[in-house]
Design a protein around this ligand. Structure first.
Ligand code: FAD
Ligand code: NAD
Length: 452
């Protein structure tokens, strides 16, 4: 049966965008359906504004730590204007034109699935059919079960990244990527910040040691870090929002910011109408090609719940597009970098010690204090800190994981990512030569310390 399109992509976040461009370049008839803004969460309310906001406080702290420099002044209105420029003033007109020029049909409307065999969706009052349907609808902030949450003003990542004024006080619910990045940003801009973290450590999915080191750094920013704690209730008392914790303590604040995880956006897609079920976390389960079903339903990005990063959404988009275009690819998630853009940067890749032991790996680990071992930290800043940790498989003699907290760790963690992904033999790593004086020299020293 002829269809209106070869592929319809629902959702124009970074995942949907890459899929569309690749599929159009491959000569297919493609429609992109987006109900808000082309660019998705990442471009307007997540990665781009948060990294834009974090950079000046990072540069300021780095300047303060470089010999002979004074601390630069912070200019919030100028930073706010640049943030607004970077999020395109929440206007996607140029993006719509861009995709139309590429040859895609762009429909600005919410899509719902209405039929199968062929796939049919309803958008903007129209029914359209397609051979392949790609769901790339992303995720939204999870609202934890806290009494009174609906009665007070709460910021999700959207309000936090588009903020106009710096609040005097902020309570972050959740102490992982969102809580750490936005918590440090607010603290550096002068807010009094409390992080309430349910897990026993900050960044509780990462190596235990990293959580301790991060808590230490955030403590130096004056952030009140409460681990192993949850908010149970929240209420308004005059001008104050009062957050009650499970140890009966109370924190008075001006805003409460949610960073307690994400929920895939599948609820209003009409999946029931076509006999598809999301899993119990609301995500769409996919196979290694990102297929939901064998008859042309695909999913990519946050909606799959696999690893909620833009680079993963874009990778899955390449896998989906190439597979649809006739060059099947399998997604391999073994060496996806995970960077938290705090100052200094926090980076990890591959397995944690706990995950490696669960997999029965005979594990060798090492940790390097960068200031005690390298020249670069001292040429970089007057009070250097930083650590690199490595995890290796003794039997296969390859790296299986790495973590770091140090300046620019988000850049040089990619060496570990490549070593893990390509299974570079430890003996090759022991023969590497890194430029002197760089942070990259840490890899040789940390590899030499592995008890293999
Ligand atoms: C504060 C914050 C900072 C982050 N920083 C980083 C970072 O630095 N690096 C990184 O890699 N990741 C970061 N992330 C994660 C990153 O934002 C996501 O992983 C990424 O946006 C996922 O892309 P996506 O394409 O799957 O979905 P999204 O970006 O969520 O886009 C999905 C799109 O689908 C649309 N949509 C949904 N339902 C429908 C429907 N029914 N019909 C039509 N359209 C629909 C939505 O409107 C949206 O535009 C951050 C997240 C947060 C919250
Ligand atoms: N730099 C980046 O790449 C970046 C930055 C921000 C966000 N992200 C992505 O966005 C996603 C969402 O980030 P996130 O930090 O919101 O979620 P997350 O799922 O990474 O972590 C949520 C944290 O909140 C804690 N938590 C959960 N419920 C809680 C409660 N009721 N009270 C207190 N603490 C609670 C958990 O212990 C956990 O540590 C992540 O998967 C991350 O990959 C990436």
């Amino acid at each position: 049966m002829p269809t209106d399109f070869d592929v319809i992509v629902i959702g124009a976040g970074p995942g949907g965008e890459v899929a569309v461009s690749r599929l159009v370049a491959g000569g297919l008839r493609v429609a992109l359906v987006e109900r808000e803004l082309i660019g998705g969460e990442c471009a307007y309310w997540a990665c781009i504004p948060s990294k834009t906001l974090l950079r000046p406080p990072e540069a300021r702290a780095e300047a303060a730590g470089a010999a002979g420099l004074s601390t630069p002044e912070q200019d919030w209105p100028a930073l706010r204007d640049y943030r607004d420029y970077m999020i395109r003033h929440l206007d996607d007109a140029a993006q719509i034109d861009g995709y139309r020029e590429q040859g895609a049909t762009v429909i600005k409307a919410a899509a719902r699935l209405t039929g199968r065999g062929p796939w049919r969706i309803e958008a903007d009052g129209r029914q359209i059919t397609t051979e392949h349907l790609v769901i790339a609808t992303g995720s939204e902030a999870l609202r934890p079960p806290i009494d009174g949450l609906d009665q007070v003003e709460v910021w999700t990542n959207r309000e936090a990244t588009t903020l106009r004024e710096i609040p005097r006080r902020a309570v972050m619910i959740g102490g992982s990527a969102v809580g750490v990045e936005l918590g440090q940003f607010l603290a550096r801009m002068g807010s009094q910040v409390t992080i309430v973290q349910r897990g026993q450590r900050l960044l509780d999915r990462e190596e235990h040691r990293l959580g301790e080191l991060v808590a230490d750094r955030l403590g130096k920013d004056g952030i009140d870090v409460r681990v192993g704690r949850q908010a149970t209730a929240v209420r308004q008392e005059g001008d104050d929002t009062v957050v009650e914790l499970d140890d009966s303590s109370r924190v008075h604040t001006d805003v409460m910011v949610l960073g307690a995880g994400r929920r895939p956006r599948t609820g209003d897609l009409g999946l029931d109408a076509v006999g598809i079920r999301a899993n119990d976390r609301g995500a769409l389960d996919v196979d290694m090609h990102c297929r939901v079903t064998d008859d042309g339903l695909w999913a990519l990005g946050d909606v799959t719940g696999i690893a909620l990063f833009t680079h993963v959404a874009q990778y899955q988009a390449r896998v989906v597009a190439d597979t649809i275009l006739g060059t099947p690819r399998r997604a391999d998630y073994t060496a996806i970098p995970r960077v938290v853009f705090a100052q200094p940067e926090i980076a990890a890749v591959g397995l944690t010690g706990e995950q490696a032991r669960e997999q029965g790996i005979n594990l060798a680990t090492s940790e390097l204090d960068l200031a005690a071992s390298l020249a670069r930290p001292w040429t970089y800043e007057t009070e250097p800190t930083g650590h690199l940790g490595l995890l290796a498989d003794r039997e296969r003699r390859i790296l299986v994981g790495a973590w770091a907290i140090a300046p620019q760790a988000g850049e040089w963690i990619h060496q570990a990512a490549l070593a893990i992904r390509a299974q570079i033999p430890i003996d090759t790593l022991l023969d590497q030569v890194a430029q002197f004086p760089t942070y990259s020299e840490a890899y040789l020293k940390a590899t030499e310390r592995l008890d293999l």
